[in-house]
Design a protein around this ligand. Structure first.
Ligand code: SF4
Length: 436
């Protein structure tokens, strides 16, 4: 979006007070995200009293609730769906819809541009403005999802999966590396299904393993990281590529959601607990030093106390390096929203706390076992905790979602990859000193 706007000759500003046009990019994944999005729109709407001439709302909330937003928040001038933002530059220069344009209405309605089925995916020629650290970049390799998980609204928000071509992604990553990106975070709603929309046969379509091998040859890139890998789509070729490509970090983020077979069935995940257990065994036995991150949903309709106990036992025995637990959020339009046997939200919150406490102890043990070991740390810059510390991450810590490694000595610029020795461990963070 920023790229589109800047390429059209507009200047980007840092504060709503100095903006002529305010664009709010929204999320609608779960209730909390929807609330945050609406609060932000309302907050930004107040700037229409001041200098802002136009308020544009885009993203997933706009995709899902365009009519409601148009009706309930009259300050909004334009609404663009989750794949309609290429129209943004045009919207910025268009005149706000005039009162009376909508003949039978009493006030001007926002211009709604929301594709019924989102189809857009960017390519390497799309202008891009990067915000955040130069040394770490996100690259979306596919958009949309074709899976039927019963609790999830994403396929409706983002449309069917469409993958970018390998050459296109390689071209983008080359450009990012030339601009200083050492770490490339590959993202998609369903990363392991990258390329599947090009046909079912791995002989004729692009695969994630091929993509990793191609990206592994790009000079300047040090770490390639995989996010959101669906458990049942790991084939041997992919595991081999992760294990053997030196630049692919041995960190796998695999959302498992549950382990009980009955729950997996209710969640329509399309695989059994045996597949999950086999996968963990295969990943650990074939990828040296693999760090596993996962997430679980607790309190999904139908989850019994016994099924939750089964999940706790699985977490205790599996000893994931990182795990997050989320309480189920009812999403209208999903299959789960219609299921009987809702779990009391208080019970769900208790289950979340129980699981997170269990994982906290595991995380602590795993961190304590690292004390004395040498690690490579990608330095982010001066720590937010103290100006006397540097902050960075080893490959087992993904940006934005995991803890950090504090470096207690030395002065190195952000984006340096340094060797350090772990001196202290806490539940989610590490402390280390530079190796000289
Ligand atoms: S694979 Fe992920 S994005 Fe796709 S439906 Fe399932 S939970 Fe949603």
């Amino acid at each position: 979006m920023l790229g589109q706007v800047e390429a059209a000759g507009h200047a980007l500003v840092d504060t709503p007070e100095s903006a002529d046009v305010i664009v709010v990019n929204t999320c609608a994944f779960i209730d909390a995200a929807k609330e945050e999005s609406v609060d932000t729109i309302l907050e930004m709407a107040q700037h229409k009293q001041g200098g802002a001439q136009k308020l544009v709302v885009t993203g997933c909330l706009a995709q899902r609730y365009a009519d409601e937003l148009a009706k309930d928040i009259p300050e909004i001038d334009h609404i663009l769906g989750s794949s309609d933002f290429p129209a943004l530059a045009g919207v910025l220069t268009s005149r706000a819809p005039a009162a009376g344009k909508a003949k039978s209405r009493s006030r001007a309605l926002p211009v709604i541009q929301v594709a019924e089925t989102p189809r857009y995916i960017y390519d390497h020629e799309a202008p891009r403005v990067r915000i955040g650290a130069r040394h770490s970049a996100y690259v979306k390799v596919a958009e949309g999802c074709d899976r039927p998980c019963s609790f999830c609204i994403i396929p409706k928000l983002r449309g069917p999966q469409r993958s970018r071509g390998i050459d296109d992604i390689v071209a983008e990553v080359r450009g990012l590396a030339a601009g200083g990106a050492l770490e490339i975070n590959l993202i998609a709603q369903d990363l392991t299904r990258y390329g599947w929309d090009g046909g079912s046969s791995p002989e004729t379509r692009a695969t994630l393993a091929q993509l990793l091998r191609s990206l592994g040859r790009i000079d300047g890139v040090a770490w390639i990281r995989l996010h959101y890998t669906f458990p049942s789509a790991f084939d041997d070729d992919l595991i081999d590529a992760i294990a053997s490509e030196p630049k692919v970090v041995k960190y796998i983020d695999v959302p498992l959601q549950h382990i009980s077979d009955a729950m997996l069935k209710r969640m329509r995940r399309g695989h059994s607990s045996r597949v999950t257990r086999d996968l963990i065994e295969r990943l650990r036995s074939r990828i040296d030093g693999v760090v596993l991150r996962t997430t679980f949903i607790v309190g999904h309709p139908g989850e019994t106390a016994a099924e939750f106990d089964e999940l706790c036992a699985f977490v205790a025995e599996s000893k994931f390096d990182r795990a997050g637990a989320f309480t189920y959020s009812v999403e209208p339009g999903t299959v789960s929203a219609l299921l009987p046997h809702r779990v009391d939200p208080e019970v769900a919150a208790e289950r979340q706390q129980t699981l997170m406490e269990l994982q906290r102890q595991i995380s602590r043990e795993r961190h304590e076992a690292m004390v004395g070991k040498e690690i490579d740390v990608l330095v982010e810059g001066v720590s937010s905790e103290s100006e006397y510390l540097l902050e960075g991450r080893w490959y087992g810590q993904a940006p934005g979602i995991d803890g950090v490694t504090y470096l207690s000595d030395g002065q190195v610029p952000p984006g340096s990859l340094v060797r350090a020795r772990v001196t202290q461990a806490s539940d989610y963070d590490l402390a280390a000193t530079l190796e000289r």
